[in-house]
Design a protein around this ligand. Structure first.
Ligand code: IMP
Length: 427
């Protein structure tokens, strides 16, 4: 039975939620495998707009089970408020349709404090994180200081873990960052109070998912961020702290790699990035501002304006190869309407050489100049298009060129924010 992975092939914000929502009908279980509340997904249903950070957006579909798997990091109070907000809007959420892995690591109040303090200390060299405590939480996980959802079940040992962590961390907060020490009792009680409300959702999701596959159920696995923000394969250190590439789907869920059947990559028809780090095709003049305005390119989580640029086939091809993408969804093609010409970066000029791959070395990548291919633009709005052949010839040529450059077929094209503004390409 299929276990399909949906993964971004840029720096996040590719519109994965829209694609996921379009495909969710064909699956039984929707699984989030990494990241945390740094991610923000918006889904528009009719006149309703839903913003998701931790709960998989599949929750809006009747009869689906949503799973927050072990690779995700969860801030209990935030998850509780997301669940309560959705319930207040009439969405059914209970232990029958939302499962939280007992193994997820908890984003603790001190992780947020540390995230902000570290960024401040880095000054001009800061990463531009979302400030949600994601990096420090994954760092604690790797350093074996982490506190997991399962620990909420044993308050006494939970308190002891918080005490021990803060005993070690407080001198760092005070001496290095000049921040007041945090009282472990207060931190522990605050998190336990929120955690109490999460208990009905906590489960061994890895074994649940494996059994579900054995039983013939169809799984859709959702990565947050994008492949170029992956901690191993992205533009390190300007990355997030988890494996957002498809490789994270196995470790982040407990589904053995050979049971993952397909990878669907999601790319925006142009490129955006939030936070610092190299971005070869960034448009720094008014054209970039126009793209931002037309595409509504402001972060769902932080509201920060996104940096905007042309489609970068070099970094996307690298991401397609890294994540083993089988087919592609292209989003926001409608935003390019009215631009003439449209440009695609097909190679970089780097320190006197022409290259078609992404260098690992940050300094080389920062020095890369894009080589563009120009294509004719189109004027006709795409909103009403429901088949690929309904698109203006120039838009069809643009999509075809992306297929050629990335070496994968396009299965889905999004031409607007509504659920119906989607073209299925029937491959
Ligand atoms: P962090 O994940 O908050 O530690 O941020 C690390 C980098 O990843 C920063 O450049 C963020 O802007 C970026 N980032 C994190 N989450 C997202 C997302 O959902 N979309 C786009 N960028 C993100």
């Amino acid at each position: 039975m299929p276990a399909t992975v949906i993964v971004g092939v840029q720096w996040g914000d590719e519109g994965k939620a829209k694609v996921l929502d379009a495909l969710a009908e064909e699956y039984d279980i929707i699984v989030r495998y990494q990241g945390g509340s740094n991610a923000g997904h918006t889904v528009v249903v009719g006149s309703e707009r839903y913003a998701f950070h931790l709960v998989p957006s599949g929750i809006l579909r009747h009869g689906k089970v949503c799973v927050i798997a072990n690779g995700v990091v969860v801030e209990p109070a935030l998850l509780v408020s997301e669940i309560e907000d959705l319930r207040a809007r009439g969405v059914r959420i209970d232990g029958g349709n939302l499962l939280l892995s007992a193994r997820v690591h908890l984003v603790m109040p001190y992780h947020r404090v540390l995230d902000k303090a570290q960024e401040l200390r880095k000054g001009g060299g800061k990463i531009g994180t979302t400030g949600r405590g994601i990096g420090p939480c994954y760092a604690d996980k790797a350093a074996r200081w982490g506190i997991r959802a399962v620990d909420l079940m044993r308050p006494a040992s939970f308190r002891e873990k918080v005490r021990s962590r803060l005993e070690d961390l407080n001198p760092v907060l005070e001496k290095i960052y000049g921040i007041e020490a945090m009282k472990w009792e207060e931190v522990a009680e605050e998190v336990l109070a929120a955690g109490e409300k999460l208990k009905p959702f906590i489960a061994d999701t890895a074994s649940y998912l494996r059994k579900a596959l054995d039983g013939g159920r169809r799984l859709l696995l959702e990565g947050a961020q994008g492949t170029l923000l992956d901690v191993d394969f992205g533009t390190y250190p300007y990355v997030t702290s988890s494996n957002s590439a498809a490789c994270g789907a196995s470790a982040g869920t407990g589904i053995p790699p050979r049971r993952l059947s397909e990878v669907l990559g999601v790319a925006k028809a142009y490129t955006t990035r939030v936070g610092a780090g190299p971005f070869p095709t960034e448009i720094l003049d008014g054209d970039g501002d126009e793209l931002r305005k037309k595409g509504g390119e402001y972060g769902t989580t932080t509201g920060r304006p996104r940096r905007c640029g042309w489609f970068d086939a070099v970094s996307c091809r690298y991401a397609v190869e890294t994540s083993g993408v089988d087919c592609l969804a292209i989003t926001k093609l409608d935003v390019l309407t009215g631009r003439n010409p449209v440009k695609i970066c097909t190679a970089y000029r780097c320190e006197g050489r022409r290259i078609e791959t992404m260098p690992a070395d940050l300094e080389s990548l920062t020095a890369c100049e894009p080589e563009y291919e120009e294509m004719a633009g189109w004027e006709t709005p795409l909103g009403g298009c429901r088949r690929r052949e309904h698109l203006p010839a120039e838009a069809q040529a643009y999509v075809r060129r992306i297929e050629q450059l990335l070496g994968v077929p396009v299965r889905l094209i999004s031409v607007g924010s509504g659920r119906d503004d989607t073209i299925r390409c029937g491959i």
